[in-house]
Design a protein around this ligand. Structure first.
Ligand SMILES: Nc1ncnc2c1ncn2[C@@H]1O[C@H](COP(=O)(O)OP(=O)(O)OP(=O)(O)O)[C@@H](O)[C@H]1O
Ligand SMILES: [Mg+2]
Length: 236
């Protein structure tokens, strides 16, 4: 579904991403892990159009999308959440999701308000629809972020640390939601996460980045046992 070919992103003299290649099969949850500063968010930004990779290619459903603008990539069916949530603070939750509904590739069959409300209900924010986004707490902001991504009707959903700051019950609920997106909505999920228990028990494959390079890729079991991965996280 999504393929990265030798993606490199330099900021000045630093290569935040260096020759990273990967292929994401359709319908799976694929985890992206690695220590802080490994280049995970940079890889997402390079895929989703936040910036152009310095070199390399991004192929989505067989077509090259390298360097396209964020809105064009979104209309092709890729949605992403941000590590630091960025809602339109002064707008209500319903309006925030409405912006995403209106920017869908497919024409909206129902009024945008109905479609936006349905999505809010799905993520558990039905009661907060008319609340200004700035009034939400951290967990609710993460749910809103997810609703905004889902409302564009993506086929590929990229999640950047949606579990940070959640307690174990909330993590369980969020993981159930992500599983449901794969199993019932048929979405492919590319998921950056530091909460290891959650990602290792949910993702079918894991890609590991370290210092801008792909360290390895495998099943959660293979990754958890790999010496290079343990070393990258824990040192000698
Ligand atoms: N816009 C930018 N300008 C300059 N340097 C950047 C920029 N974005 C990221 N970097 C640098 O690129 C490297 C990778 O950062 P990135 O945010 O991709 O890491 P990450 O794996 O997402 O880390 P974390 O787990 O802490 O979120 C870091 O050294 C970071 O400082
Ligand atoms: Mg990051």
């Amino acid at each position: 579904m999504l393929e990265g070919k030798e993606l490199t992103k330099r900021f000045g003299g630093i290569a935040a991403l260096s020759q990273v290649s990967f292929a994401l099969p359709e319908g799976l949850i694929v985890g992206l892990i690695g220590p802080n500063g490994a280049g995970k968010t940079t890889l997402f930004n390079s895929i989703a159009g936040a910036f152009k990779p310095s070199s390399g290619q991004v192929i989505f459903k067989g077509k090259e999308i390298t360097g396209l603008s964020t809105d064009r990539i979104c209309r092709r069916g890729i949605a992403r959440t941000f590590q630091v949530t960025r809602p339109f603070d002064e707008m209500t939750c319903l309006e925030n999701v409405g912006v995403a509904v209106i920017n869908r590739a497919r024409p909206v069959s129902s009024p945008w308000r109905d479609a936006a409300y349905e999505t809010l209900r799905f993520v558990g924010l039905g009661n907060q629809a008319d609340l200004e986004a700035k009034r939400l707490n951290l967990i609710e902001k993460k749910r809103l972020e997810m609703a905004r991504a889902l409302a564009t009707e993506p086929s590929l959903l990229m999640l950047d640390e949606v579990l940070g700051g959640l307690n174990s019950r909330e993590i369980g609920e969020a993981v159930d939601l992500i599983r449901k997106l794969r199993d019932e909505w048929g979405l492919t999920v590319f998921w950056i996460e530091h909460v290891m228990g959650a990602i290792m028990s949910t993702a079918q494959r894991i890609i590991v980045l370290d210092q801008g390079k792909k360290l390895m890729e495998g099943t959660p079991e293979e990754v958890a046992e790999d010496r290079r991965v343990i070393h990258a996280y824990l040192g000698e």
